[in-house]
Design a protein around this ligand. Structure first.
Ligand code: NAD
Length: 471
């Protein structure tokens, strides 16, 4: 029976398994559907089917694969509202603001951008009768394992370049947000040949069955550093190639010449995008003493204008934490800030007995740089603002953690901001913005935030194997 995937009911009917595991809305606790829980045997079957389907997919001209990526983007756009409603219910994120509708739009945009990229052979040597060229061949089967915070968008980051380069892809979504990814893949698979792209939901053990699999040639993993380390160990057996996008604790540094009022809204969204549940969100903000009060006041003023609530309410731009585990982490870290004598400027006081995992927008001042809210990844709506008197000290603080995903510098003099940016240890440093990703611009982490790059031509190379041809 085929269903209409452009309607919410049709989309849910296509992926709902009446015998599956219940999935609830983190804002209300309401059951939204049931996910089919995969097994190790399902992973084996999906990988075997991918191995069988991949050569024919790779042998198509790249223009045909590009055309299908664009058709997949068309299909997402046709189902955009249904996908956004599903994502909003399952992840808790509001429809509006930089949330569910934005995420679905980004899925289509990433597919189109990947379709448009042209990865030419690189001429390495062409003189005195010696010729060498570097071309990029498909890897084979790509295993894509993702987190719950941007489940659809991150899945597309993984599958779009992989499919373009002629690989088959098996996706294992987070156990917290399987329906969103199953829905997304049902929509995309309306246009792709069978078995080139499949999804098997399940827990970490099912993820491990995929990443340990001998026939998986490349693993695209986005999630915590701890899981990334486990995957790296298990990838040794078949030397599977890895891209690891792991946790972060991004610093923002405000410079003396910044205009607090002018930057406040961008600072806010740099930290609170997706209610703070974003890998490259600003998770600690360093502000010079001379601007400290003004920046704190401006941020509190912006925070007061940002409604938090149930995702399907069109007014809201902030939502609940996606799960209890993450709620508990945020609550523990804000408590640690209070215990350490910090000042809670706004929030910090969740209502007892409320339904849903809502933690109020929280801004914390006068906090020590070694407080747990600063040094651990909160991954939620609680921003610590640390005062500094010496820029070198602020840069040292920004760099001293084990992670290095994103970072940002805020000021009026671009040259000075660039000089500070060059001193930060991170895969990306933004100036007067934070977390502004672009499908054309490579993105990845350093230190324990992982390695490998996604997006742009560099991203295509990482789902390929280099092949030198000389004559
Ligand atoms: P997680 O590591 O707990 O889970 C991620 C995925 O790995 C899930 O699908 C899970 O089922 C699977 N998994 C668990 N154990 C596994 C194993 N042994 N082998 C294979 N797969 C396994 O992470 P999470 O809590 O879902 O995500 C939050 C974390 O992800 C945060 O630290 C955040 O910073 C990070 N993150 C990073 C990026 C980035 O681009 N760098 C983006 C989003 C999130």
């Amino acid at each position: 029976m085929s269903t209409d995937l452009t309607t919410y009911d049709g989309l849910l009917a296509a992926i709902n398994d009446p015998a599956g595991r219940e999935i609830t809305d983190p804002a209300t606790g309401d059951v939204i559907g049931r996910t089919h829980e995969g097994t190790v045997a399902d992973i084996d079957a999906a990988v075997s089917a991918a191995v069988a389907a991949q050569p024919a997919w790779a042998s198509r001209p790249v223009a045909e694969r590009n055309d299908l990526l664009n058709k997949a983007a068309d299909a997402i756009e046709a189902s955009a509202e249904a996908l956004a409603q599903l994502l909003s219910r399952e992840a808790g994120k509001p429809l509006n603001g930089p949330n569910a509708r934005f995420e679905v739009g980004a899925c289509a945009a990433w597919l189109r951008a990947n379709a448009a990229f042209v990865l030419e052979p690189e001429v390495l040597v062409d003189e005195d009768g010696t010729h060498a060229e570097l071309v990029y061949d498909p890897v084979g089967v790509v295993g894509a394992v993702g987190p719950w915070n941007w489940p659809m968008m991150i899945t597309v980051w993984q599958l779009a370049p992989a499919l373009k380069m002629g690989n088959a892809v098996v996706v294992k979504p987070s156990e917290y947000t399987p329906l969103s990814v199953q829905g997304l893949i049902a929509v995309i698979n309306q246009v792709l040949p069978a078995d080139v792209l499949s999804v098997v939901a399940g827990d970490g053990a099912v993820g491990a069955a995929l990443t340990d699999h001998d026939d998986v040639d490349k693993i695209m993993f986005t999630g915590s550093t701890k899981t990334g380390q486990a995957i790296m160990r298990s990838a040794a057996d078949n030397l599977a190639r890895l891209t690891l996008e792991l946790g972060g604790n991004d610093a923002g540094i405000v410079l003396e010449d910044a205009d607090p009022k002018a930057i406040a809204t961008d600072l806010f969204w740099g930290a609170f995008i997706n209610t703070g549940q974003t890998c490259a969100a600003m998770k600690r903000l360093y502000v010079p003493e001379s601007l400290y009060q003004e920046v704190c006041d401006a941020l509190v003023e912006v925070a007061a204008q940002m409604p938090m609530g149930v995702g399907l309410d069109e007014n809201n731009v902030l939502g609940p934490l996606q799960n209890k585990q993450q709620y508990d982490i945020v609550a523990r870290l804000v408590q640690a800030a209070k215990d350490g004598g910090a000042t809670v400027l706004v929030g910090g006081d969740p209502q007892e007995g409320q339904s849903g995992y809502f933690y109020p927008t929280t801004i914390v001042a006068d906090i020590d740089n070694d407080n747990p809210l600063v040094v651990e990844e909160q991954f939620g709506p609680a921003l610590p603002i640390i005062k500094y008197t010496d820029l070198d000290q602020a840069i040292t603080w920004a760099n001293e953690l084990e992670v290095g995903l994103g970072s940002s510098v805020w000021g009026s003099d671009l040259d000075e901001a660039k000089r500070v940016a060059a001193r930060l240890e991170a895969g990306s440093t933004w100036i007067n913005k934070h977390g502004a990703i672009d499908p054309r611009v490579p993105f990845g982490g350093v230190k324990k935030s992982g390695y490998g790059l996604e997006f742009g031509l560099e991203g295509l190379k990482q789902v390929s194997v280099p092949h030198v041809i000389s004559w």
